[in-house]
Design a protein around this ligand. Structure first.
Ligand code: BT5
Length: 326
């Protein structure tokens, strides 16, 4: 018995007793109660009242794969779409099918129970967000793998502006920020043999229709609904994302990817702190090299950082002013 089956019996329009759900599904009332608790823990709003039973607190706008695929204008991305009401992690699912599935396959889930960020960090994935992974099989050398992440960040930034007028800056290496707050995280995982890329799974997490006040303050998170003051159509957004990612994927090898990433970067020009396993380094972010390394100007000279966590310390104009004052 899965909590999804219980969900199918619940409606925002009428009450249903625990007893009725239990008899329709052939389970005990306490099993129903347990599954209701598990749905609540995942973020579904469910009202309960004595002598009445259960009711969905509001209409949940579930994703509809048919809407997403209808008249989809793309060549590779979205060639197949796998939809799950719940997944541990769409990246895990995508990796498990990557060798056998078509290039461009998209895996979508309403919630993730074990959503991951980099270094196995937790990625909160309650209902209402967009949790998707795309399987890509680009014919590019391993050293160019980073451009996939860049291309996808650009596509997301373009779509958020085109659909909602939101300026989403790209924070090195893999976040999108709106008003300095994280609205989207990207996790690209690759499988390679020698110098050849086998496949890449690009995991995209977008806080769409979410109340982020439940998230810890230090995450500095925001969502589309918080920024816009209303919910958005996730089907429409996913469709546009697929189309735009498909488009930039074609341009992947072109130089413009690098130039456009730099243009949309929220990191370049800023004073930053990069934390790595070997310690912290502070400096001004001055450039991004073709392999995705961030170039820093530090008091001890210029260095390149290939990976790490980035904290924005001061805004670009403040960093510039400081330099002028020096
Ligand atoms: C990321 O990692 O930002 C990449 C997130 C990728 C998530 C997608 S969802 C679909 C696919 N399936 C997966 O399992 N993952 C991908 P990182 O830069 O390491 O950031 C993780 C950190 O962001 C956490 O340690 C928290 O501080 C914060 N965080 C967690 N959940 C968040 C959320 N929903 N919104 C904003 N910040 C969050």
């Amino acid at each position: 018995m899965s909590s999804k089956e219980i969900l199918e019996h619940l409606s925002p329009h009428h009450w249903i007793s625990g007893e009725d759900i239990a008899s329709q599904l052939g389970i005990s009332r306490s099993a129903v109660w347990k599954q209701i608790q598990s749905l609540r823990a995942k973020g579904y709003g469910i009202d309960s009242a004595t002598n009445r039973g259960y009711r969905l607190a509001s209409m949940i706008d579930l994703l509809c794969p048919e809407n997403i695929l209808r008249d989809l204008n793309s060549k590779i991305v979205g060639s197949d779409l796998r939809y799950f009401s719940e997944a541990k992690s769409t990246n895990n699912l995508a990796k498990s099918i990557a060798s056998s599935c078509r290039e461009g396959t998209v895996v979508l889930a309403e919630t993730q129970t074990n959503g991951r960020g980099r270094l196995s960090r937790t990625w909160a994935s309650p209902p209402g967000g967009i949790w998707m992974s795309i399987v890509l099989k680009p014919q590019i050398p391993l050293v160019k793998a980073y451009t996939i992440n860049m291309a996808v960040s650009i596509a997301i930034s373009r779509v958020l502006f085109a659909l909602y007028g939101l300026q989403a800056g790209i924070k090195w290496p893999n976040d999108l920020l709106v008003n300095e707050r994280k609205i989207c995280g990207i996790l690209t995982e690759i499988s390679a043999e020698m110098d050849k890329l086998d496949f890449a799974v690009v995991g995209i997490g977008i806080n769409a229709n979410l109340d982020v006040s439940e998230f810890p303050d230090q995450w500095m998170a925001t969502s589309l609904s918080c920024e816009l003051g209303h919910d958005v159509s996730r089907d429409e957004l996913i469709k546009r994302l697929i189309e735009e990612i498909d488009f930039v994927y074609e341009e992947l090898m072109a130089k413009e990817i690098h130039a456009e990433w730099c243009k949309r970067s929220a990191t370049l020009g800023r004073q930053v702190r990069i934390s790595t396993f070997h310690g912290d380094i502070e400096g001004k972010a001055i450039d991004l090299s073709e392999d995705g390394a961030l170039r820093l100007k530090t008091p001890n000279g210029e260095i390149s950082m290939l990976a790490g966590d980035c904290v924005h310390l001061r805004a670009a104009h403040e960093a510039e002013k400081e330099e002028d004052d020096d």
